[in-house]
Structure formats: C-alpha cells, structure tokens
Design a protein around this ligand. Structure first.
Ligand SMILES: [Zn+2]
Length: 94
C-alpha cells in the first residue's frame, strides 16, 4: 500500500505514519506540527477514524503549506470529512 505526502499536489511516497514528506513537513509551523502529533492516534491510518481534532489540525497544516507555495485552499478533504461527520451527528439527533 502506498501512502503519499498530504501536501497539496505532492505525490512523494512517505511511510503511513508520516503526515507529509520532509520538505513539506518542515514548512509546517512548530505549533501546527505539535497539534498534529498531539491528536494523532496510532492505527488511525488503518481504521480511517481520525479524531475531529486531528482533522482540524491536518486541514490547517495543509492550508498553511499550500499558502506558502502560493496556493489558496478554501476547503481541504479534511474539512469535507468534518462537515460530513457534523451532518451525520445532526441527523442522528433528529
Ligand atoms: Zn510533500
């Protein structure tokens, strides 16, 4: 199974536990890096159930790196996943 760097348009292969390739990871501010590590749960890349906090941290990092490369990302795949969860929760309450 191949796993790619999560930076926008980056196709470099990285180990599943690594969020981005070295080049992109070092473009992520320290506080955002620690937010990702703090919210990361081992095995989430296998069961595909990262926490909401992780999705928010990952989204912020992807947007930050893209901005440094001159690309504006309005909505990441993480934002979409968060919205889908939010809708599912609201639906469950009704
Ligand atoms: Zn990369």
């Amino acid at each position: 199974m191949t796993h790619h760097c999560h930076a926008h348009n980056c196709t470099r292969s990285v180990p599943p536990k690594m969020f981005m390739c070295r080049t992109h990871w070092f473009m992520v501010p320290k506080d955002m890096q620690s937010a990702i590590w703090r919210t990361y749960r081992p095995g989430q890349e296998i069961d595909k159930r990262p926490s909401d906090d992780y999705l928010r941290a990952a989204s912020a990092a992807v947007k930050k790196v893209a901005a440094k490369e001159g690309v504006t990302i309005v909505e990441t795949g993480y934002d979409v996943a968060l919205k889908t969860r939010e809708r599912a929760r609201q639906g469950a309450e009704q």
